[in-house]
Design a protein around this ligand. Structure first.
Ligand SMILES: [Zn+2]
Length: 310
């Protein structure tokens, strides 16, 4: 995977973007505009929006965002499921999948959330979360591995950053949030630990939990094949989870998740995934099956979606 060229740019490029919008240095000082935690006038906020669209976010920003938001979004999405052995099993299960990552500077992590929705998500920098609701519907180790590999794809290809750079994402942010985002990107850890950690949390949560552009979802599906080729899982068996989603989620349901994109679209994705799946040497006794069996003792497989039941 070749990273987008923006990854090679540095923080100076951010300043460059500012300059190109007409923020000459003296003007910065005169208007009291500061890239730190300084004050902004209402007029500046419009320009921050413009600036965010042209900003160069690099790999360090991804790592920082993942580290800053993983805990708060976990808390907002039901909190970590309070069962150490479940958490440890999922971590062991995911470890060989994470080893296939080409993003070597990322510190990959996975947490099971106390949330009954059938969903999973990932933040930039390699921070993955799986709802306990999803663990109830995956029937084989291949299916769980497919979900994790799909989420890894979003991280590998920096899909969250691509979305964040879109005008619609920036325009949807309040002035305060835009200002906070600039502060966080420029101020680094000190800003991230300080003001506004809640400000971007909402928009970022919506972004990572509700799915990306069609092209990105297809790329994430394709990444399942890449990961499976190296880990000995079977794409066809993994793809069965999409079939489960089609069967369990009501036809009229408009809700989309990081995995389920509505009925016709999910069906198309399932077909595309199977068409592109090469013949992989499947490991008969996969080392992760023991952990999967352990998880199934806590989360026996359900066939009918019931988001309200325990
Ligand atoms: Zn997705």
């Amino acid at each position: 995977m070749t990273l987008p060229s923006s990854h090679q740019l540095t923080r100076r490029a951010t300043l460059g973007a500012l300059m190109s919008l007409g923020f000459a240095a003296p003007a910065l000082a005169r208007d009291g505009f500061s890239l730190g935690l300084g004050s902004f006038s209402t007029n500046d906020i419009k320009n921050i929006g413009k600036m965010l669209k042209g900003i160069s976010l690099d790999e360090q920003d991804e790592i920082r965002m993942g580290e800053a938001y993983y805990g708060p979004i976990i808390d907002a999405e039901g909190g970590a499921y309070a069962n150490r052995s479940v958490q440890a099993s999922v971590q062991r299960f995911a470890a060989p999948l994470f080893e296939t990552s080409t993003r070597s500077s990322f510190s990959w992590d996975i947490t099971v959330l106390d949330n009954n929705e059938i969903n999973a998500w990932a933040l930039p920098g390699g921070k993955v979360a799986i709802n306990k609701g999803l663990l109830r519907y995956v029937d084989t180790a291949h299916e769980l591995a497919a979900v994790i590999a799909h989420e890894m794809g979003h991280v590998e290809f920096s899909h969250a950053l691509s979305e964040m750079k879109k005008g619609s994402f920036v325009d949807g942010l309040s002035g305060v949030t835009q200002r906070t985002l600039v502060s966080e990107l420029e101020g680094g850890a000190s800003a991230a630990a300080g003001i506004g950690m809640g400000a971007l949390r909402g928009p970022l949560t919506k972004l990572v939990t509700s799915g990306y552009a069609r092209k990105s979802e297809l790329a994430a599906d394709q990444h399942i094949t890449t990961v499976f080729e190296q880990t000995g899982y079977d794409v066809a068996q993994g793809a069965a989870f999409y079939q489960t989603l089609l069967e369990t989620i009501p036809k009229k349901s408009k809700g989309t998740t990081s995995l389920f994109a509505g009925h016709p679209e999910t069906k198309k994705r399932l077909t595309a995934l199977l068409e592109n799946a090469p013949g992989i040497q499947v490991q008969a006794a996969h080392p992760s099956s023991w952990d999967f069996e352990g998880l199934k003792k806590t989360f026996p497989t359900r066939r009918f979606f019931n988001r309200h039941k325990g």
